[in-house]
Design a protein around this ligand. Structure first.
Ligand code: S3P
Length: 438
């Protein structure tokens, strides 16, 4: 399917966005690991989270989804059943990595597999530390999926460990922490900088002893004696989906948009900080803390932006936002330089290359570097068509260039957007944009 976005007027209005993707994955899986019924409101209903739910079904977990309310019957780590067929993680790296961590602590044998795209993504970064914990898990010779998890021999168990993550990654950290729940002694992890910490916060709200030392990015999990408490929570709107609406409002003259009840966990708000540094008029109003997560409203007014240097610790705090940040950089005046972002190459696509090629295609002056890119903003753009390259965030980002050009822009293969933000077009339409699917 092709998607085209344009506008001849400002974007205006208040929007409540669908639930956070990272919290949706975690709340569904952690609820299954708890004992008793969990109720999760504003659950993200999208391709990647449906993938997680389907895998849970294969593992013997019962759940029902009523609109966006998810109810899960927790069966505990030892209640999981060996699936009859390979678990299909589809396009979802989070499903594969988090499940791998959870599965090694169960008494089950399973295979985790996925789409061709997922089979190309690095899994050695999860498998290697899980093996150090004592797990029986294997990737292919290239360190990719399918992953084979074998139940430990009766009587043997996982041992707690000390581990230094070579790259800051919440998926790897979470996989190890989930495995560490079933270990016989504490596990201590450190990361080079602090990746999103939803797992630590959520497990702690479920009664697990997780200590975080923010000064050296260290997490210590001491295995639980008691089963995890079930969840009763309403998920905040996804700040990574908000990013598309924020950039759309900033680059469309005369716009004013308020996003209500968005997740504002500081490990996720790097884009807001960088855009403000570029001159963006963004007002952030933290209103509450729910299940240890900050939530609040964000108001965006269209603004001129200036180029900026991005590198260091902020990169991991905005790791999913670089595709849409590329659009803000193309709109800004002056030079924007992104460094220290090599991790972008291991996402749903090699996002350094696909973003640079996509921007170039529409006339943006951009240069690719091994660990990032440089954009000379403010160039006149041209219309045209491009494929989303099976990358949901790239597809949404490039479609927003339609707000900056006179000539029409269309993105083919745009159905991939359903993976994370099925309401993308509807929300933009509601705010006043013209959205055309064909
Ligand atoms: C995620 C962590 C990030 C992010 C992904 C979701 C998570 O990946 O890119 O979209 O929910 O833990 P890494 O932790 O591998 O950087």
């Amino acid at each position: 399917m092709k998607l085209s976005i344009s506008t001849n007027k400002q974007l205006r209005g208040d929007v409540q966005l669908p639930g956070d993707k990272s919290l949706s994955h975690r709340s569904a899986l952690f609820a299954a690991l708890a004992k008793g019924q969990s109720v999760i409101d504003n659950f993200l209903v999208a391709g990647v989270t449906e993938t997680m739910l389907d895998c849970l079904t294969q593992l013997g977990v019962q759940w029902v989804l009523e609109d966006t309310r998810l109810k899960v019957e927790g069966i505990g780590l030892k209640g999981f059943a060996s699936p009859k067929e390979a678990l299909n993680c589809n396009h979802s790296g989070t499903t594969m990595r988090l499940l791998a961590g959870a599965m090694v602590g169960t008494d089950t044998t399973s295979v985790l597999d996925g789409s061709d795209g997922l089979r190309r993504r690095p899994m050695g970064r999860v498998v290697d530390p899980l093996r150090l914990l004592g797990a029986d898990i294997q990737a292919t010779g290239e360190g990719t999926a399918p992953l084979h998890v074998t139940a430990l021999n009766g009587g043997s168990s996982l041992n707690g460990m000390r581990y230094e993550l070579p790259v800051a990654s919440a998926q790897v950290k979470s996989a190890i922490l989930l495995a560490a729940l079933g270990a016989n002694s504490p596990t201590t992890l450190t990361e080079p900088s602090l990746s999103r910490d939803h797992t630590e916060r959520l497990l702690s709200s479920m009664g697990v002893d997780v200590q975080v030392n923010h000064s050296n990015f260290e997490v210590i999990l001491s295995p639980p004696v008691e089963p995890l408490n079930p969840l009763n929570m309403s998920l905040p709107g996804d700040i990574s989906s908000a990013a598309f609406i924020i950039v759309a409002a900033l680059i469309t003259p005369g716009s004013e948009v308020t996003l209500l009840d968005v997740g504002l966990n500081p490990t996720r708000t790097g884009l807001l900080d960088v855009l403000q540094q570029m001159g963006a008029d963004i007002q952030v109003d933290v209103k509450a803390e729910r299940h240890n997560e900050a939530v609040g409203d964000v108001t965006i007014r269209s603004s001129p932006l200036s180029g900026v240097e991005v590198g260091g610790d902020v990169v991991v705090r905005m790791i999913d936002e670089f595709p849409v940040f590329g659009i803000a950089a193309a709109y800004a005046s002056g030079t924007t330089r992104v460094r220290d972002a090599e991790e972008l190459r291991y996402k749903e696509s090699d996002r350094v290359t696909t973003l640079c090629n996509g921007l170039k295609h529409f006339g943006v002056d951009v240069q690719e570097h091994p660990d990032g890119f440089t954009v000379q903003g403010g160039a006149a753009l041209r219309g045209g068509e491009i494929d989303a390259g099976k990358d949901h965030r790239l597809g949404m980002s490039l479609s927003l260039l339609g707000l900056l050009t006179d000539g029409p822009i269309s993105v083919s293969g745009a159905e991939i957007i359903q993976q994370s933000f099925p309401d993308f077009g509807t929300v933009l339409e509601q705010l006043g944009a013209q959205v055309n699917w064909s």
